[in-house]
Every structure is written in C-alpha cells, then in structure tokens.
Design a binder for this molecule. Structure first.
Ligand code: COA
Length: 148
C-alpha cells in the first residue's frame, strides 16, 4: 500500500465527487488543499484533501474510497496517515460532514469527537438536496481531533 501527495489534483475529481457531489464546492478547497492518494495492488483506492484553515487548525475537506474498495480499512488508513503527517504541526484536525449514519461513526472510529452542529448548512449551501441512504442531509456536523 502506498499513500502519496499528488499535485495534478484535477485528475482525481471523479473520486472526490463521491464524497462531495457538487464540483463548485470542491473547487472552493481543491487549489489551496493538499491532496493525498492511496494506492494498493497498483490501483487507486482512496483520495483525501486537507486544507490549512489558519490558527493551527487543519480541515479534512474530502475523503473518498472507491465504492468497490469500501469497508476494507482504506479510509481509516488514509485518516491515520494524514493525522501522522499533520501531528505536531498544529492544534487540531477538524472535519465537517453531513449528519449521516455512515460518516459520523467512521470519523469517530478514527478518534474524532463531536465539536458542533451547523443547522441547515447542507440544505443552504448546495444547489440540490443531498440524500444518503434515502435520508436527506440538512445539518453539517463538525468533529475534531487534537494534533498536539
Ligand atoms: C466514509 C468512507 C470514507 C469510509 O471509508 P472505508 O474505507 O469504507 O471505511 P473503513 O473500512 O476504513 O472503516 C473504518 C470504520 O469506520 C466505520 N464505518 C465505515 N463505513 C461504515 C458504514 N457504512 N456504516 C457504519 N460504520 C462505518 C466502522 O466503524 C469501520 O470499522 P469496521 O469496518 O471494523 O466496522 C467511505 O465509505 C466513502 O468513501 N464513502 C463515500 C464518500 C463519503 O461519504 N465520504 C465522506 C464524506 S464526509
């Protein structure tokens, strides 16, 4: 397994869209973010983008594991790698996600703790309703993990 930083970030748009389904939203963080790609058996399995939000805060903006490679530990490996990369370089890593029964337990399993909820953020910032497992996502939930 290999995880490396990539500079040709646009090449990964298809996979990034799995986690964040509106390209105009991805473009708000892709240029200023660091993109990490995870390869196993020579195949791309996962991508993630991290931004520097200033004041010692980094944000995991996007993480997507190919549908056929999900639930095999790649997502967790990617988060562990990123936490290692930024450990000691700031105060905390935060992540904002839809209030979903898939992503919140995933981040909790990676050691993140609930920080705050922004009511109706997803409903107001996307140009179409976002559904996951048939449930409409409305609020954005922020979780955080210390980097100190
Ligand atoms: C969310 C996502 C990144 C998780 O990656 P993954 O490689 O499938 O997850 P892992 O195999 O590393 O799972 C680690 C743990 O997270 C939790 N988890 C992962 N997927 C889950 C699911 N569908 N339901 C509930 N818990 C889940 C489990 O605790 C899991 O441990 P376990 O398999 O031993 O039970 C992946 O499903 C994905 O890319 N989804 C689509 C895009 C997306 O929603 N990205 C997040 C946007 S904020």
């Amino acid at each position: 397994m290999l995880i490396r930083r990539e500079t040709a970030k646009e090449k990964f748009m298809d996979l990034l869209l799995l986690a964040d389904e509106q390209e105009s939203v991805i473009e708000t963080y892709l240029d200023r973010g660091e993109l990490y790609a995870l390869y196993d058996d020579g195949e791309l399995r996962a991508v993630s983008v991290v931004t520097d939000e200033g004041d010692g805060v980094f944000e995991l903006q996007n993480i997507a594991v190919r549908t056929s490679s999900q639930r095999r530990g790649y997502g967790k490996k990617m988060v562990e790698h990123i936490l290692g990369e930024y450990s000691g370089k700031g105060r905390q890593m935060i992540v904002g996600t839809g209030d979903s029964p898939v992503t919140v337990p995933f981040y909790e399993s990676c050691g993140f703790k609930f920080q705050r909820r922004v009511k109706n953020y997803i409903a107001e910032h996307y140009d179409h309703p976002i559904f996951e497992n048939g449930v409409r996502l409305l609020d954005k939930v922020f979780l955080a993990k210390s980097l100190e």
